[in-house]
Design a protein around this ligand. Structure first.
Ligand SMILES: *[C@@H]1O[C@H](CO)[C@@H](O)[C@H](O)[C@H]1NC(C)=O
Ligand SMILES: *[C@@H]1O[C@H](CO)[C@@H](O)[C@H](O)[C@H]1NC(C)=O
Ligand SMILES: *[C@@H]1O[C@H](CO)[C@@H](O)[C@H](O)[C@H]1NC(C)=O
Ligand SMILES: [Zn+2]
Length: 549
């Protein structure tokens, strides 16, 4: 090789290396804010290869312990984290770990311990990126429909009263199926109980916003279209729900002086709900706050029916709530305590509904905190139930535009600035940001805003809105798939990638309340009984085999 060739080769290699450096390695050194070559927070054991091999082998061993559970699921619990994208799960896990004084990334949310994970596609039949109404219809009734529509199939026009009244368009929910099979049913949410997600359990509304009669156009009321709160109290299946806990009192009370009620028909639906229980000679309780709820919880004899409305509007964010507002975990605890009395089993729907609201206001801190609260509620449900007879599914209705980006070092504050680099404009940036939302990343001067100069950011005020690329009054949903976590009978069916509307059908299959039935639906469904059956068949086969030999 000539000198020139050698020189050229060296140049090519150098160019390749430089290229590899840009595409593979992370921070650009010249932009380093604070040169941390070795992050502060690497646990010493993580530097040893053997640690990772051992932990992987432990994972293999624990996977090998998982056996196929084809029992009949006596009980089913569906948890939905509204707007809980996969990015939200990762960020909340890290936030939860850092709250507990850990490094963060290693933390595991409760549902991440479930043995089975799948992915659900969330689009509506007329929208690439869905809302909570069409998705609630999907994961609760098993039917995909149009944006903004609840409990009706796609043969409706949003806001058309005529198509709402046409009963063949109605899509009954898994809550309804469960009631028809003699199970008890409950719903728990942190939003108004008339909001889109919980409404999917009981309402048929061509417009998600028709929460009280004040929202329904007069011509629709004249045609006989009922608002969502009215449907919950008077109609099937809502009037037969044993547990209804959440916010939204304003949709149930008349708009009279001194009241926060919004109803214009003058009807007090809370009173009507109680009257219905009196007429049916069943025991009941209505509660307004946490102390009343705890009184019911501690009473010697639990009522058969419980209605709890803890706020006029949505319940307050956990970080901003009064001490007299129950947590999601507390609501789930009393719901399971009451529903567990059912000999035939139960279906419970639980929504962590305010993850979504926090994201819409780009309030990442609150969104992550609500997700941690949601995880605590899942933990409580797991502790109070047995995976031999209770199927728990944890998912989300749709994603959001929040991302976790940059190359922050290990253990860096998930709500803080990326600690390794600034932007190419020399201005620092947050690990968390939104594709769109109310806090534009470009200021009036045309320059990117420097959040480190915002006192609300530096003081960790939970009301601080994280920056976004496209200015929009309300940050939007995201269109990517959501994760599904399952534990309990038939959990293995929840693996792979599928349409969101499959979820209630899978749950109904496990619970023997759908069209498809498995072998254990006939027996009481325990493995012991099916094993005896298999052993008997096996013995007969062996006997016949021996005979013919
Ligand atoms: C669709 O709904 C309309 C009412 O809006 C009804 O007249 C029509 O029969 C429905 N079509 C089907 C296929 O059910
Ligand atoms: C009650 O009705 C009045 C008059 O229609 C309206 O101005 C007010 O906003 C209503 N209150 C609520 C809480 O909706
Ligand atoms: C109402 O229920 C109670 C106990 O559940 C029972 O003793 C009573 O006879 C019932 N009354 C009517 C009118 O059905
Ligand atoms: Zn939303």
């Amino acid at each position: 090789m000539s000198r020139l060739q050698t020189l050229l080769l060296a140049q090519v290699v150098a160019a390749l290396c430089a290229h590899a450096d840009v595409s593979v390695s992370t921070p650009k050194p010249k932009k380093v804010l604070d040169t941390i070559m070795e992050p502060k927070f690497i646990p010493p054991e993580e530097k040893i290869g053997l640690h990772w091999k051992r932990s992987a082998i432990n994972t293999i061993r624990s996977k090998l312990q998982v056996t196929i559970n084809e029992n009949k699921a006596k009980n089913g619990i569906l948890f939905i984290g509204d707007g809980m994208s996969v990015a939200t799960i990762m960020a909340a896990r890290t936030y939860g770990g850092q709250l507990a004084q850990g490094i963060g990334e290693e933390n595991i949310l409760e549902f991440e311990k479930f043995p089975i994970t799948g992915l659900a596609r969330t689009y509506c039949i007329d929208a690439q990126v869905p809302d909570s109404a069409c998705t609630a219809t999907s994961y609760l009734t098993g039917v995909k429909t149009k944006y903004g529509v609840i409990g009706l199939d796609g043969n409706v026009t949003r806001g058309s009263c005529y198509s709402q009244l046409y009963e063949k368009n109605w899509a009954p929910s898994i809550g309804h199926w469960a009631l028809e099979h003699g199970l008890d049913v409950g719903l728990v949410t942190t939003t108004r109980v008339t909001h889109a997600s919980p409404a999917g359990m009981y309402a048929h509304s061509s417009e998600r916003n028709w929460e009280s009669d004040a929202d329904v156009p007069d011509e629709c009321l004249a045609m006989g279209c009922e608002d969502i709160a009215h449907q919950l109290v008077f109609n099937e299946p809502g009037r037969r729900f044993k547990i209804i806990l959440g916010g939204g009192r304003q949709e149930f009370l008349p708009n009279v002086t001194g009241s926060t009620g919004r109803r214009l028909d003058g009807v007090d639906l809370i009173e009507k709900w109680q009257k219905d229980k009196v007429e049916r000679n069943v025991s009941y309780a209505y509660v307004n706050d946490k102390s009343e709820l705890m009184k019911v919880y501690n009473s010697d004899e639990l009522p058969e029916y419980l209605l709890g409305l803890f706020h006029d509007d949505h319940m307050a964010y956990h970080l901003k709530s009064s001490s007299n507002q129950p947590t999601l975990e507390e609501m789930v605890e009393i719901a399971i305590k009451m529903l567990s009395k059912s000999t035939k089993g139960y279906f419970l729907f639980v929504e962590g509904g305010r993850i979504d609201h926090a994201h819409h206001d780009s309030l990442a801190h609150l969104a992550l905190d609500e997700t941690v609260e949601y995880s605590k509620a899942v933990k409580k449900a797991k502790e109070m139930t047995n995976e031999e007879d209770t199927l728990i599914v944890v998912s989300s209705d749709h994603a959001h535009t929040m991302t976790v980006a940059g190359y922050p070092s290990r253990g860096n504050d998930i709500l803080g600035l990326v600690d390794t680099t600034n932007g190419d404009d020399g201005i620092p940036y947050t690990t968390i940001s939104y594709a769109n939302g109310k806090a534009p990343s470009i200021g009036a001067d045309g320059k990117r805003v420097d959040v480190s100069l915002h006192q609300m950011f530096t003081s960790r005020n939970p009301d601080y809105s994280y920056p976004s690329l496209v200015p929009l009054d309300s940050e939007t949903h995201g269109g990517e798939d959501v994760a599904v976590f399952a534990s309990g009978p038939w959990q293995h069916l929840f693996t792979s990638s599928y349409e969101q509307n499959v979820i209630p059908h899978l749950m109904a299959y496990a619970m023997c309340i759908g069209d498809e039935q498995h072998a254990n639906c006939k027996s009481s469904g325990t493995n012991i009984q099916s094993s005896i059956l298999y052993i008997s068949i096996f013995s007969i086969v062996i006997t016949i085999g021996l005979y013919y030999n």
